[in-house]
Design a protein around this ligand. Structure first.
Ligand code: ATP
Length: 360
């Protein structure tokens, strides 16, 4: 297994559209890195440039220490699994898995051994003689994965491999992928628009927007220290709450005035603001689990009216509107269902100040 280096990689399509803008990233050997971001942000384009299916307009790609820009897809030692499995319907599972090896003229005995290895690894024992039509969606996806893995690729690229599966199967296959990655210690680049999938699978996540890399970090880093408002809103479900307002400072106090009332910044928040050097109109970000809510008046808290509760079984989510407003930005607070939180009440919400994010 080898690592990958992307140095100022750019993709400009023939019509002049810049789909990827100066992307730099290092993927270590054995690392699982996911590319996430909204539709059209350049995930697939980047993956296709790595695979050699799309020309790199500017910048350099290294596979291990070797510059790969001019290498053909075959010479790159990379295998790719697509969303649409692309299995050959007339071939058996075993023949599908062994197809690439046959093309490479690998001797029959060795081919057989590798196919057996893949069937075992992917929990497909006994299904080698079936045709793809006689398999479930998850089994088909594993065959597609097997076909890539038997080639012993230095890097494995997966483009939304689970998106054709139903929700339950996706979660099962997610665990399978995690197990396979651990077992093979493979270098994997994974494209998904599902942030939960990226969070659970990846060593690191690269978040893209409009062809720009917004942040690359471990799931915990991204969740706890998002680099900007976009990343903060993209990761986490339900998403982080954002409250926009005005920051006012005088010699004694720093106060934040918003539709949810006035909130006094403590020392922790003052330091955060000073470090970022921001003032005036700002946005605060706080996750639903980092707020406590009560119908009891609190001294320094955001105020609103509880209007809706969503029940998930293990948790409830209470949504709050600013007082006197019919429609507007809701704040969501996670609570335990036992609280049986009342609706249409005036409420006070106290955020954990150390968990508040400040954005300019
Ligand atoms: P999705 O999640 O929808 O698959 P993505 O992040 O993978 O999106 P890409 O497929 O990489 O996005 O596309 C990035 C941008 O480049 C999009 O705006 C797309 O319309 C544009 N694009 C893709 N292929 C071409 C092309 N051949 N010519 C011009 N623009 C293209």
């Amino acid at each position: 297994m080898l690592g990958l280096t992307l140095k100022h990689i750019k993709k400009v399509y023939p019509n002049g559209f810049e789909a990827v803008k100066k992307l730099s990233l290092e993927v270590r050997a054995g690392e699982f890195v996911s590319f996430v971001g909204p539709s059209g942000c350049g995930k697939s384009t980047t993956l296709r440039m790595i695979a050699g299916l799309e020309e790199i307009s500017h910048g350099e790609l290294y596979i291990g220490d070797k510059k790969a820009n001019a290498l053909s897809p075959r010479e790159r030692g990379i295998a790719m699994v697509f969303q649409s499995y692309a299995l050959f319907p007339h071939m058996t599972v075993a023949a599908n898995i062994g197809f690439g090896l046959k093309i490479q003229k690998v001797p029959v005995a060795e081919r057989k051994k590798k196919i057996e290895w893949a069937l075992d690894l992917l929990d497909l024992d006994g299904l080698g003689d079936r045709k793809p039509a006689q398999l479930s969606g998850g089994q088909r996806q594993r065959v597609a994965l097997g076909r890539a893995l038997v080639l012993d690729p230095d890097v494995l690229l997966l483009d939304e491999p689970l998106s054709n599966l139903d929700a339950k199967l996706r979660i099962k296959m997610r665990l399978e992928l995690k197990r396979i990655h651990k077992e093979l210690n493979a270098t994997i680049i994974y494209v998904t628009h599902d942030q939960a999938e990226a969070m659970t699978l990846s060593d690191r996540i690269a978040i893209l927007k409009d062809g720009d890399l917004m942040q690359c970090g471990t799931p915990t880093e991204i969740y706890n220290n998002p680099a900007n408002e976009f990343v903060a809103g993209f990761v986490g479900s339900p998403p982080m709450n954002f409250i926009s307002g005005q920051l006012n400072s005088d010699k004694e106090n720093m106060t934040f005035v918003s539709e949810y009332g006035t909130f006094i910044f403590d020392h922790v928040l003052q330091t955060k603001v000073q470090e970022k050097g921001i003032s005036g109109p700002i946005t605060l970000g706080v996750r639903p689990e980092d707020i406590t809510i009560s119908t009891q008046k609190a001294d320094n808290a955001f105020q609103g009216m509880s209007i809706v509760t969503e029940t998930l079984g293990s948790d409830d989510y209470v949504s709050v509107l600013p007082r006197g407003v019919k429609r507007g930005e809701l704040l969501t607070v996670r609570i335990k269902p036992e609280m049986n939180f009342p609706l249409d009440k005036e409420v006070w919400m106290e955020p954990k100040t150390e968990k508040i994010h400040v954005f300019s």
